[in-house]
Ligand binder design. Sequence first.
Ligand SMILES: NC(=O)c1ccc[n+]([C@@H]2O[C@H](COP(=O)([O-])OP(=O)(O)OC[C@H]3O[C@@H](n4cnc5c(N)ncnc54)[C@H](OP(=O)(O)O)[C@@H]3O)[C@@H](O)[C@H]2O)c1
Length: 341
Amino acid sequence: MSDENRQLLLRERPLGVVTDECFEMARTAVPQPGDGQILVRTLWLGFEPAMRGWLNDIRSYTPPVGIGEVMRAWGIGQVVDSRHPDHAVGSLVHGDLGWQDYALLDGGDTGIERVPDGISDPRLMLSVAGLTGLTAYFGMTEVGRPEAGDVVLVTAAAGATGSVAAQIARALGAGRVIGTAGSPEKRDWVREVAGLDDCLDHHDPEVRRAIRSAAPEGLNVVFDNVGGSLLDAALFNIAVGARIALCGSISTGYRPERPEVGIHYYQLLTTRRSRMEGFLVSDHSDRYTEARQRLLDWVADGSIRVEYDVLDGLEHAPEGIRRLFEGKNLGKQLLHVADPG
Ligand SMILES: NC(=O)c1ccc[n+]([C@@H]2O[C@H](COP(=O)([O-])OP(=O)(O)OC[C@H]3O[C@@H](n4cnc5c(N)ncnc54)[C@H](OP(=O)(O)O)[C@@H]3O)[C@@H](O)[C@H]2O)c1
């Protein structure tokens, strides 16, 4: 075990793109756990667009990361020293480890979860069995609620959440599931590996018409990760009684200023008697165990295919956020920090 703990601290808040210079690498001694604490070696870190929002000095559903603090990040780690009875040395845990080699955690913190024994690959806890998959699950089953034969559109369908949401819709019996994605490679993956019926290019200036061609009878469900003009193009194509699940709006860049991006076709919600509803995965935390089991069953029977996009080395963590906003990731963006001991 190294005696040095590298930590990426927030140096300055980004205005636009998250640059490497927004962070500084500190090197400190590896801390010793006190009573009730555990020391966790970071193995994997996950990246979510929300992390860009945590860098803004704006209070949201979670407080911003402070200047000089370790960047907040969910990860998988191995307990290397323990003074808490529930956490044996060697076991794997999932929680807010931050961008650092070692995290000193309160062993009783309910946010620290043991990676269940049945999970063959711990990366599943950062993707389909973690907040990503749970977001897709609750957004699709509680808000989108596809019925047999429905036509479903999922934006950012080659991304971590969208790919799972789309495959859930198919597993629930939707008639036709269509995605959007930004590159030919991603669209091939969505059709050929994830098995969606079609995948459209969201850069196409005629995407509104492309949706109309792909779904001439209209969209019954929209699961939207993107917002802005793509959401507008989807709204233009809704059927009567459509459900639009607002999962996220990555096209806004989650920058500190609230961009004045309007949607034009909201009046169709009235004439087509439809419902548009936002949701947060954390609203359903009492049902995570049940949802996770269902998701893992779908992975086991081949209904859900999971893809990872892996960076290597703690120093590359800022790039992990950038890749999401530049559309470079296919599947869940991860960063490998270390192997288990
Ligand atoms: N409601 C909740 O509780 C909750 C929880 C977690 C995440 N979310 C939201 O879920 C969404 C997906 O998150 P994720 O972690 O799964 O990320 P992701 O989809 O794996 O990565 C983001 C993807 O968004 C696409 N994108 C980026 N900028 C875009 C733009 N300007 N226009 C269109 N597409 C763009 C890119 O794919 P392309 O190549 O297709 O452009 C990129 O790969 C985000 O909006 C996030 O905020 C919501």
